[in-house]
Each structure stands twice: as structure tokens, then as C-alpha cells.
Design a protein around this ligand. Structure first.
Ligand SMILES: Nc1ncnc2c1ncn2[C@@H]1O[C@H](COP(=O)(O)OP(=O)(O)OP(=O)(O)O)[C@@H](O)[C@H]1O
Length: 360
């Protein structure tokens, strides 16, 4: 069996009596990208800093390639952990040219180094800028050089803390993809911290969703998005519509029909949650909607409150007849009905999450 490149076991850390990392465990295999994803202040960077060796945890163990680098009694210094770092504010040395910046992490004879530096810069598409200084490069180019510098000592683990947040949107997507390719090629295990779900979805093989110091869910992006553990986990990735219900006989009756709630005791209040893109819209036929179907349940009528065009999709908000609540829908392409238009909504049952009420 392959040894994980990075293993974090039961890591905890408090500051001033407040626990900011609480029993965090995870492992990352060679060539795998794991994203620590969560809101600001949830403990992502503290976890990363503990792995880097710049923060001493209160308890827990960290192994790099099977070697213990940190426990209650051991604290291997950062430079001996075989770890590469790429942080948003981890700037290049301004007084060194690109070649010298990349060579900084290399050991050996100067003559041998030149070849290695050229190879690294070729990999990140920056060879032609080898003699430039950082101030002569764009933000994206500087990030590419920073990546080459971080990869120079062939780290077993690459730690990245919001490395792309200083770049503008379009450039960021390109750099993310290129960086991913280079990292996969290098076979390093990558632990990437981000508070942006889109970044995690784009980069990660596995997402570890953090909240208040704990990992609340781990899994492939598809699974995290489609089977969230609770309402907050669902809401982290998109707007969520919530329809209230009460369970009777393992079923919840709503204006959209019945929903299964197996194993939930009678009388329990539940939230039936659905992402805006999973509501279906149909036309009003003289005060009637489409016929119910097993997949989409019963239609419920609403009146358009607002419709906005977002480029690749349209967002339409409805005020629902049954209780005056607002539901949001997202439709591909252009669909901009006038405010006041009555329309019918249906809910795709296979895309619903049912959670106990009051989860967010
Ligand atoms: N050295 C420190 N001393 C005291 N409190 C700290 C220290 N470092 C971090 N904290 C606190 O610990 C909590 C977690 O911080 P951390 O930087 O790990 O969060 P984060 O999830 O990375 O957030 P962000 O996305 O904003 O960087 C925060 O409330 C922060 O204020």
C-alpha cells in the first residue's frame, strides 16, 4: 500500500484559551490535491502553519512520507520537513532576478544549478523571463516563478494558502489549471487552503470542509456538493431554497408534494433544501400548472418578483402563493419573465436534501 505523503492525526490548537483547530485528521496521497475549505477564521491557516512547522500544535501528530515531523515532544524545523510553501503574500525576493529566486531553494554547484533552474522555469512557462526582476513581471508571472521556486527542492508536500487570491479572475483560472498540471506532474501531495468553493471545486481531488476548527465533511467535490452533511455545508456552495415541513409516518407533506424522511420520528420539523438550478419552471395554464409526476412531484404556483441575466444563466425569484416565501431559481441562458408573471415551480426530488430544521 502506498504511504500517504502527508498524515495529520488529531491535531488541536488553542489561542488564549480558544480552540481554533479541533481534532483535525486527514491524509494526502502523492499527486493528490486536498483543499481545506471553510469560512474565514475556521482554522484552515493554523492547520497549514502547523504542518509547515511555524506553529506548534497543542496536541496531535504530523507525518511527512511516513516520517514523524511533529508530536508532543518532536518539532522538526520547517526547512527539514521536505515541504514547499506557496502563500499569497510569500513574495519573491525583489533584489534577485528570476533565476536567483528559483535557485534560492537549491543546493549544489552553481553550474549544475543553472540547468535545474532552466528546467523548472520551462515547466512553468517562464524560461524566457529568466533574467528579469520581479518588478518587471505581472502578478501571474510572479506566481509562476514562485511555483518554480517552491518546487525547486522537490518537496514531498506542497502547502498553499490562498495562493491565487491576488490575481484577477480570468488570469486566476488559467494559473490554477497550469499550477495543477505542474503539481500533479511533480507528484507532490498538495494541501491547499481556500475560502472559495469554486477554487476548491476546480482544484481538489478531495475537499475537507472546515467549520469552527473541525472538519465537518471530507470527500470528492462531486460528493460534497451533492450529498452535503447539513444545511450549512449545502449553503457554502450555493444559495439554497428551504421548504419547511413536519414528518408524519416517514413522510413530509408540502405544497410540492410528499417527501420521504425515513427514520425521522413523527412530529420532527424538517428543512427540505434544494439548489436554485434544481427547481423546474413551467407555464401557467389559466390558473393551473402541469400535472404532477413521480420525479418532480406536485407543482406550486408563484409570482415572479425579479429576474436577472447573469451571462451564462438567469436568476429568477418567485413569491410563492402558499406562504408568501421567496424561492430562487437559476435557469441556463436567457429567461427573463416580467415581474408579476404567474408561473409554476416543481422540485426535482433526486436533488433535494432533507435535514432536521434549524440547522443554519
Ligand atoms: N497567533 C495567533 N494568536 C491568536 N489568535 C490567532 C493566532 N492565529 C490565528 N488566530 C485566530 O485563530 C482563528 C483561526 O485563524 P486561521 O488563520 O487559522 O483561520 P482561517 O480559516 O485560515 O481564516 P482566513 O481564511 O481568514 O485566513 C482566528 O479567529 C484567528 O484570529
Amino acid at each position: 500500500m502506498t504511504t500517504p505523503r502527508l498524515t495529520i492525526s488529531h491535531l488541536s490548537k488553542s489561542f488564549d484559551g480558544r480552540q481554533v483547530v479541533n481534532d483535525v485528521s486527514l491524509s494526502v496521497m502523492p499527486g493528490q490535491v486536498t483543499c481545506l475549505l471553510g469560512p474565514s477564521g475556521c482554522g484552515k491557516s493554523t492547520t497549514l502553519r502547523a504542518v509547515a512547522g511555524v506553529e506548534r500544535p497543542d496536541s496531535g501528530e504530523i507525518h511527512v512520507d511516513g516520517v514523524m515531523v511533529c508530536d508532543q515532544t518532536t518539532m522538526i524545523p520547517p526547512e527539514d520537513r521536505s515541504i514547499g510553501l506557496m502563500f499569497q503574500d510569500f513574495a519573491l525576493f525583489p533584489h534577485l532576478d528570476v533565476a536567483a529566486n528559483v535557485a534560492f531553494g537549491l543546493k549544489g554547484r552553481k553550474a549544475d544549478m543553472r540547468g535545474q533552474v532552466e528546467n523548472l522555469l520551462k515547466r512553468v512557462g517562464m524560461l524566457r523571463h529568466i533574467d528579469r526582476y520581479p518588478h518587471e513581471l505581472s502578478g501571474g508571472e510572479q506566481q509562476r516563478v514562485a511555483l518554480a521556486r517552491a518546487l525547486a527542492p522537490k518537496p514531498k508536500v506542497m502547502l498553499m494558502d490562498e495562493p491565487f487570491s491576488g490575481l484577477d479572475d480570468r488570469l486566476r483560472d488559467d494559473i490554477r489549471d497550469e499550477t495543477l498540471e505542474v503539481l500533479k506532474d511533480a507528484g507532490a501531495a498538495v494541501l491547499l487552503v481556500t475560502h472559495e468553493p469554486a477554487e476548491a471545486m476546480r482544484m481538489a481531488d478531495e475537499i475537507a470542509l472546515m467549520r469552527a476548527g473541525r472538519i465537518v465533511q471530507r470527500g470528492a467535490p462531486y460528493n460534497i456538493y451533492n450529498t452535503p452533511v447539513d444545511l450549512k455545508a449545502a449553503q457554502f456552495f450555493s444559495d439554497i431554497n428551504v421548504i419547511k415541513g413536519t414528518v408524519e409516518g416517514a413522510l413530509t407533506e408540502t405544497p410540492f408534494g410528499q417527501f420521504l424522511a425515513p427514520g425521522v420520528p413523527d412530529g420532527t420539523q424538517v428543512d427540505i433544501c434544494i439548489r436554485p438550478q434544481h427547481l423546474k419552471i413551467d407555464f401557467d395554464r389559466g390558473g393551473r400548472g402541469p400535472l404532477p409526476t413521480p420525479a418532480d412531484g406536485t407543482p406550486a404556483r408563484g409570482v415572479v418578483k425579479r429576474a436577472r441575466f447573469m451571462g451564462s444563466e438567469s436568476l429568477v425569484e418567485f413569491v410563492m402563493d402558499f406562504d408568501g416565501s421567496t424561492l430562487k431559481t437559476q435557469v441556463p441562458s436567457v429567461f427573463l419573465p416580467k415581474p408579476g408573471t404567474p408561473l409554476w415551480l416543481m422540485i426535482r426530488r433526486d436533488r433535494c436534501f432533507v435535514f432536521p430544521a434549524g440547522g443554519a
